[in-house]
Write a protein that binds this ligand. Structure first.
Ligand code: C2E
Ligand code: MG
Ligand code: MG
Ligand code: MG
Length: 275
């Protein structure tokens, strides 16, 4: 009897595994079609200078807009894109489109920068530098307006090719920001090794800082450390005025968050710039 139960349990487990694999394969297939049919959009969230309220730039954040109009968050497909290698194609599209959009803002009279998220998988194919260069030439945009956001997970791989590619991008005038700073498993040596110029303080530290002293101390420490190292800092996920005020008193200079704006489509962002 016990054996039968065991078998039954195993079968359920097996079919769940099948379903899991089927779902992933379907997602990969859909992503390939999404790339071919350009079903992606870039939405933009402003980066705000706390002292003046001025918009310094915007972060581009990918959205998958299905043919039925449903908007899919990157959380639901970036990791699968990463594991399947599709991230290289998606990422190249993101780079080219972000740079083109930034150039359009400049043509409209808004001299702001664009921040582009990069995944580790994009460095494997080795065509990031040429993609960025082509996009900058085509859009006639100066590299100084492009900031590349990478996460600490990139440094765990620690291969020379990634570092070489980042060095080339920095040598061409682009800057590097460490995204989600403080949540990864890396040591701090990479901050010097990779020529980053900005630390983006992860949202998880910002979220409760107005009523959690310990969170506040962490943010304080990151701001002090970045200043001591000559790095800029950006706070992510600021949702209210109290947090914005507190950040400013801690010496944080730039922030992003729903308090100013959620990520919005290009046209809506232009509307926001005009206000
Ligand atoms: P991230 O780069 O750390 O982006 C910040 C995320 O926090 C965005 O989520 C943004 O919408 C959200 N956010 C901003 N302000 C607030 C706030 O005040 N409150 C809350 N609750 N959330 C806020 P999103 O757009 O869903 O992107 C999630 C992640 O997906 C990004 O995290 C980034 O790691 C990745 N991602 C997005 N676009 C791209 C892309 O084009 N390429 C790659 N490789 N990754 C991307
Ligand atoms: Mg980012
Ligand atoms: Mg982040
Ligand atoms: Mg992130």
């Amino acid at each position: 009897h016990a054996k039968e139960d065991h078998d039954a349990g195993f079968k359920i487990y097996e079919s769940e595994m099948d379903a899991f694999i089927r779902d992933r394969l379907r997602l990969i297939k859909e992503l390939k079609i999404a790339i071919e049919q350009e079903q992606f959009q870039l939405w933009y969230q402003p980066k705000v200078e706390l002292s003046s309220g001025k918009i310094l730039g915007a972060e581009s954040l990918i959205r998958w807009v299905k043919p039925d109009g449903k908007v899919i968050s990157p959380f639901h497909f970036i990791s699968v894109a990463e594991e399947s290698g599709l991230i290289a194609d998606i990422g190249n599209w993101v780079i080219t489109q972000s740079i083109a959009d930034c150039s359009r803002w400049h043509q409209m009279g808004f001299e702001i920068s664009v921040a582009i998220n990069l995944s580790p998988g994009q460095f494997r194919r080795g065509d990031i530098v040429s993609t960025v260069s082509k996009a900058l030439n085509y859009a006639e945009l100066a590299p100084e307006y492009v900031e590349l956001e990478i996460t600490e997970s990139l440094f765990v791989e620690d291969d020379n090719s990634t570092k070489d590619q980042l060095d080339m991008l920095v040598n061409r005038g682009m800057s590097i920001a460490i995204d989600d700073f403080g949540t990864g498993y890396s040591n701090l040596n990479y901050l010097n090794k990779f020529n980053a110029s900005t630390l983006k303080i992860d949202m998880s530290f910002i979220r409760n800082m107005t009523n959690d002293k310990r969170q506040q101390h962490i943010v304080d420490a990151i701001v002090q450390m970045s200043k001591a190292m000559g790095l800029k800092n950006v706070a992510e996920g600021v949702e209210d005025e109290a947090t914005s005020t507190l950040l400013q008193s801690l010496g944080c200079e730039v922030a992003q968050g729903y308090f100013w704006s959620k990520p919005v489509p290009f046209e809506e962002f232009v509307h926001f710039l005009k206000q």
